[in-house]
Design a protein around this ligand. Structure first.
Ligand SMILES: NC(=O)c1ccc[n+]([C@@H]2O[C@H](COP(=O)([O-])OP(=O)(O)OC[C@H]3O[C@@H](n4cnc5c(N)ncnc54)[C@H](OP(=O)(O)O)[C@@H]3O)[C@@H](O)[C@H]2O)c1
Length: 299
C-alpha cells in the first residue's frame, strides 16, 4: 500500500468511518501471518492489522471465507494473500510460512488463532475429542511457530498465541480445551524465556467470552459440532474489539493480555480464592446447561 493511497483512505470499521491517523500506519511494511483467519478473532485481527497498514497472510481451511476476506482487504487498499492451511498438518504449516515468505519476503508477526472448543464432561467424552483439541489448539500453534521462528527472530518480531481465560483457570465441560490452552500458555511462556535476549516478543492473549463461531462448532461428547451456542453471543465482547486490543498490545510489545472484566475477575478469584471460584464456575456452567435444555425443549 503506498503512502499516497493510505493517506487518501478512510476505513469503515464497526459500522463507523474511521480516519487514518497514526494508528492507521502502525504496521506499515510489516507482514502479519494469521491462522484461523476465516472467522471470529482471527478474521477480525486480519482486518485490524490490514487497516493499520500491515500486509497480511490469511490461513484457515475454508477457501471461500479466506477469498472473501482477501477481497475485502484489497477493497480498502490493503494487501493480502490466502493460504489454505490445516494447522493439524505439519506440512501445511511449513507451506504457510514458505508462501508468506515467497509473497512478502519476511514475517514480522505470527498470530495463532486457529482453534476449536468442546462441551461435554470427561466421563461422557470419546477420547478422540481430546486428541482433536490438542492437535488443533496446541500442536497447530507449535508447528506454525516452529517454521516461522527463524524469520520472526530475523525481524525481532512477535509471536502471538490466542489462548483463553481457560489457559489460566478451569471451566467444567471443557477438559480437553482447558488442557490445550494451559499447554499453549506453558509452551509460549517458555519460548519467551528461550528468546529473551534475541529481541523476540512472545504475547499470550487470554480473551474472555467473545462473540464468534466457536461455540456453535464446539465438539460434543462424540466429536460432533454442537450446532448452536448455549450462551447469549450478543452480550459478549465482539471479535472486532478483541482484535483492536490485540493490535494495540502487539504495537506496544506487551507480554500478555487478559480480556473482558469478567475474564479478569475469574483469573483474580481463581488465584486468590480457588475453592470459592470452583463453586462459582460450576454454578455458572449449570445455568448454561439449563438454558440449553430449555431451548431444546422449545425446539
Ligand atoms: N470466542 C471466544 O469466546 C474465545 C474465548 C477465548 C479464546 N478463544 C480462542 O480464540 C481463537 C479463535 O476462536 P474464535 O472465537 O475466533 O472461533 P471461530 O470463529 O470458530 O474461529 C476459529 C478459526 O479457527 C480455524 N480453524 C479451526 N480448526 C482449524 C484447523 N485444523 N486448521 C486451520 N484453521 C482451523 C477456523 O477456520 P476453518 O474452519 O476455515 O479452518 C476459524 O477460522 C481460538 O483459539 C479460541 O480458542 C475464543
Amino acid at each position: 500500500m503506498t503512502n499516497r493511497s493510505m493517506s487518501r483512505l478512510k476505513w469503515i470499521r464497526n459500522g463507523r468511518f474511521y480516519r487514518l491517523s497514526e494508528e492507521g500506519t502502525r504496521f506499515q511494511k510489516k507482514v502479519v501471518v494469521i491462522t484461523g483467519a476465516s472467522s471470529g478473532i482471527g478474521r477480525a485481527s486480519a482486518l485490524e492489522f490490514a487497516t493499520q497498514g500491515a500486509r497480511v497472510v490469511l490461513a484457515a481451511r475454508r477457501r471461500n471465507k479466506l477469498l472473501e476476506l482477501e477481497e475485502q482487504i484489497r477493497n480498502i487498499g490493503g494487501e493480502a494473500i490466502s493460504v489454505i492451511t490445516d494447522v493439524k498438518k505439519i506440512s501445511d504449516c511449513e507451506r504457510l510460512v514458505n508462501e508468506a515468505l515467497e509473497a512478502f519476503g519476511q514475517i514480522d508477526v505470527l498470530v495463532n488463532s486457529a482453534g476449536i472448543s468442546m462441551r461435554a464432561t470427561f466421563e461422557d467424552l470419546e477420547l478422540e475429542v481430546i486428541r482433536e483439541l490438542m492437535d488443533t489448539n496446541f500442536y497447530g500453534t507449535v508447528y506454525c511457530i516452529k517454521f516461522a521462528l527463524p524469520h520472526l527472530l530475523k525481524q525481532k518480531g512477535t509471536v502471538i498465541g490466542i489462548s483463553s481465560i481457560t489457559g489460566l483457570a478451569p471451566l467444567p465441560g471443557r477438559t480437553g480445551y482447558v488442557a490445550s490452552k494451559h499447554a499453549m500458555d506453558g509452551f509460549l511462556n517458555t519460548l519467551r524465556l528461550e528468546n529473551i535476549d534475541k529481541g523476540l516478543n512472545v504475547m499470550v492473549v487470554h480473551p474472555g467470552f467473545t462473540s464468534s463461531e466457536i461455540r456453535g462448532k464446539a465438539l460434543d461428547a462424540n466429536g460432533l459440532p454442537q450446532g448452536e451456542s448455549p450462551r447469549d453471543e450478543e452480550r459478549m465482547m465482539s471479535s472486532e474489539r478483541v482484535a483492536w486490543y490485540i493490535a494495540r498490545a502487539t504495537y506496544r510489545r506487551e507480554r500478555d493480555l487478559v480480556l473482558t472484566a469478567q475474564g479478569k475477575m475469574v483469573v483474580w478469584l481463581h488465584k486468590n480464592f480457588p475453592g470459592i471460584t470452583d463453586r462459582i464456575l460450576v454454578y455458572g456452567i449449570s445455568k448454561e446447561n439449563q438454558k440449553q435444555m430449555k431451548a431444546n425443549a422449545v425446539a
